[in-house]
Design a binder for this molecule. Structure first.
Ligand SMILES: Cc1ncc(COP(=O)(O)O)c(C=O)c1O
Length: 479
């Protein structure tokens, strides 16, 4: 029913997405009931804890990347490749905190560096530390487009500053992005054309969306048309792309599109901004730009560059553009773009980032991750065939897509105003939350939607086979 597809073959991916949408299967009702019962019987403490949390925390949860159905699981600790909840259940961790922990949990070199820094030096002082320069140089060493780099506190902040910087540098007004992509939740960039839900728009004045526009993935003519539309109305400052494609690449961008987009941006004196929050140091030491052989003007970072610690984000790129950023006394100068952040560039996060990046290089981690990902995903493709489960199965390095619903592909098959789209949306959504729930009950946690991040410390054949066995138990329950 599904084979492992080449991650850059958009035509094959689109075609298989159509098959998944047309023939989507669901878990048997009896299995769903059994899994719900499993949670009630085995996660009693989590249930009480997270219900209590809902009294003082809006909605009870603060992390939106993991499955929270039928209720959130409260985690006590991590043990290498496993998460352990407060009831003592163990789960294989294919969530990787949503991407940052590429080496895996409790990785000795990272833990030792953090502990040594806190116990022997400091975790925070609010002044400059040489770790900031070391991190900037290290990122620049691996990604030649990064001539200068500035730490920020999150990917959302870095995207927001990328927009501000693009406008200040070009003197133009509009931003174009790809529909359905994610560039954080700031007022302007949360805008996503048809895919912007009411909930995401709530609290944001309509005017905020006037200068952000979206085009479909891989459609260079749409990009050109959108640029032409705004040429005499303030002009386009930048084109933002999630470098590997929407939602960590579930709707992947082709290599040709990347090359063409670079050309179009140059022709129109606008900036090409790569959002490498997920892909930076995950697709390889050179990120997605290393894979595509392209050179963005600005790159947005998050996740891995903070080594799994808080306040992980930053922006880097051309020196002439980056020089517009300033802090301290020079921030008062008129032509500067103002940024701040009390905890940005804190020594602990910078050191953790440096340690992880060095470890990735020293241990040749990406080669091992790629090999393990291929083994695992071939196994998944075989299982979907064996149990006749329609699925889209492909991977970008250690970003694994096992998509049994086609949710993100729906706008490429239906008009978003068509009632059938709403029906499909609901059906696909139910598929993915039940699938994630079933995997958790069987002992493995993934990121919402079906994508998973493979951590380095789960790449042994033994671990991968254990994970495949979890998927097999769940695929058996589809009908
Ligand atoms: C592509 C992309 N951009 C931006 C962000 C926002 O980053 P953060 O959650 O650090 O604000 C994310 C988060 O997952 C992301 O995947």
């Amino acid at each position: 029913m599904s084979k492992l597809i080449n991650e850059y073959d958009y035509a094959a991916i689109h075609a298989q997405a159509g098959e998944v949408i047309k023939n989507r299967k669901h878990l048997k009702r009896s299995a769903v009931e059994r899994y719900m019962k499993w949670f009630d019987e085995n996660c009693a403490k989590s249930k009480v804890e997270t219900a209590l949390a809902a009294e003082t925390i809006p909605g009870g949860i603060q992390h939106n990347l993991a499955n929270n159905h039928p209720f959130p699981i409260a985690i006590d600790r991590t043990e290498g490749p496993y998460l352990v909840d407060i009831d003592g259940n163990r789960y294989i961790d294919f969530l990787c905190a949503g991407g940052p922990t590429i080496l895996g949990n409790n990785y000795p070199a990272v833990t030792e560096a953090i502990v040594k820094q806190v116990t022997e030096k400091t975790h925070l002082h609010g002044l400059y530390s040489p770790y900031e320069r070391q991190l900037s140089e290290l990122i620049g060493k691996h990604m030649p487009s990064i001539e200068m780099f500035r730490c920020l506190a999150s990917g959302t902040e870095a995207d927001l500053i990328a927009a501000r910087l693009s406008r200040a540098f070009t003197g133009k007004k509009h931003i174009i992005r790809i529909a359905g992509g994610y560039h954080g939740w700031s007022d302007q960039l949360v805008y996503n054309d048809g895919a912007t839900t009411e909930m995401m728009k709530n609290g944001i004045p309509k005017d905020c969306f006037q200068n952000t526009h979206a085009i479909p993935a891989n459609d260079i003519e749409a990009l050109k048309a959108e640029i032409a539309k705004w040429e005499d109305k303030g002009g386009v400052a930048a084109f933002f792309v999630e470098a590997v494609g929407q939602d960590s690449g579930i709707v992947p961008l082709t290599k040709e599109f990347h090359k063409e987009a670079r050309k179009v941006c140059d022709e129109h004196d606008m900036l090409l901004v790569y959002d490498e929050v997920v892909t930076g140091f995950r697709l390889g030491m050179g990120g997605a730009q290393g894979v595509f052989g392209t050179k963005p003007d600005l790159t947005v970072f998050g996740k891995i560059i903070g080594g799994g610690l808080g306040c992980s984000g930053g922006i880097g790129g051309r020196k002439d553009i980056m020089s517009l950023l300033a802090a301290g006394v020079s921030a008062e100068s008129e032509n500067k773009v103002k940024v701040g952040g009390t905890l940005s560039a804190n020594p602990l996060t910078c050191l953790a980032g440096i340690t992880v990046i060095n470890e990735l290089e020293k241990e040749n981690v990406h080669e091992k991750l790629d090999e393990a990902s291929k083994y695992f995903m071939n196994g998944i493709a075989e299982l979907t065939e064996k149990y006749d489960v329609p699925a889209l199965v492909f991977h970008h390095q250690s970003i694994l897509h096992i998509d049994t619903h086609g949710l993100m592909h729906l706008p490429y098959f239906f008009d978003t105003k068509d009632p059938e789209y709403e029906k499909q949306l609901y059906d696909a959504y139910m598929n993915y939350i039940e699938f994630s729930m079933a995997l958790a009950a069987e002992g493995l946690i993934i990121a919402n939607g079906g994508k998973t991040y493979l951590p380095y410390n789960a790449t042994s054949k033994e671990m991968l086979d254990e994970a495949l066995a979890v998927y097999e138990r769940v695929f058996k329950e589809f009908e």
